[in-house]
Write a protein that binds this ligand. Structure first.
Ligand code: C5P
Length: 219
């Protein structure tokens, strides 16, 4: 079976404020370059969705296509551009992906057809009303046992993912991730323990963390 890595990297990086996020550097390498390098040795091909008008940074071994307006649209385009049987979808914005995690997700993918990296939630969770005028008010405590934070890589049979994405497009359903779409389409998704280092670089604070981690990661 042919396996491809699909990397959505077409985001604008609005919350980070440094231009298209995949092209931001930590420890002297772009987030995109780090994500591609983490996957290249494990799959038959790497496909990247880039913002319109951008090219792959020099030395990045991958095939590039133009992404869409949303992450979901970018992933649909990647799924359509790939000819692989199985795909591993990984956010460019999660540059610290270990070989152990890639292997673990791939192993479960081959057994079950749908898997994602995820971490058990460690913090106390509450639901709050986001629309309070004078500060957000604690509404209710949410039971933490059994809750996981979903990361990437997310992996699945490409035919399952394609039909879930196409159905979502037709029905106007949006999800923030692909495992969520597979679940919505009726597939069972297996959780594979991810790692804390797989956090998504989103805010300027995350970038500071990423810089610090890069020094250790690259040593
Ligand atoms: O915005 P966020 O950090 O949630 O994006 C997650 C991933 O999806 C990033 O790697 C980003 O580049 C990608 N993305 C995309 N196309 C978009 C929006 C986001 O490929 N239109």
């Amino acid at each position: 079976l042919k396996v491809a890595a699909l990397i959505p990297a077409a985001g604008s990086g609005t919350r980070l404020g440094q231009g298209p996020k995949a092209f931001v550097q930590v420890g002297g390498r772009t987030l995109l370059e780090r994500s591609v390098a983490a996957l290249a040795g494990h799959v038959h091909e790497v496909l990247v969705a880039l913002p319109a008008g951008m090219e792959l940074p020099k030395g990045v071994q991958a095939r590039a296509i133009v992404g869409g307006q949303t992450r979901q649209e970018s992933v649909l385009r990647l799924l359509e551009a790939s000819g692989a049987d199985l795909v591993l979808i990984h956010d460019a914005a999660r540059p610290f992906l270990s070989a152990d995690t890639v292997r673990a997700v791939l192993a479960v993918l081959e057994q079950t057809g749908a898997a994602t990296a995820a971490q058990p939630v460690a913090d106390t969770l509450v639901r709050a009303d986001p629309f309070q005028a004078d500060g957000t008010l604690w509404d209710e405590r949410v039971e933490r046992a059994g809750l996981w934070a979903v990361q990437t890589p997310q992996a699945g049979r490409r035919d399952w993912l394609l039909s879930a994405h196409r159905r979502a497009e037709t029905e106007g359903y949006s999800a923030t991730d692909d495992a969520g779409l597979l679940h919505w389409a009726g597939h069972q998704v297996t959780l594979v323990p991810g790692e804390a280092s797989l956090f998504k670089v989103t805010t300027p604070g995350d970038l500071l963390l990423a810089e610090a981690l890069a020094a250790v990661w690259d040593a």
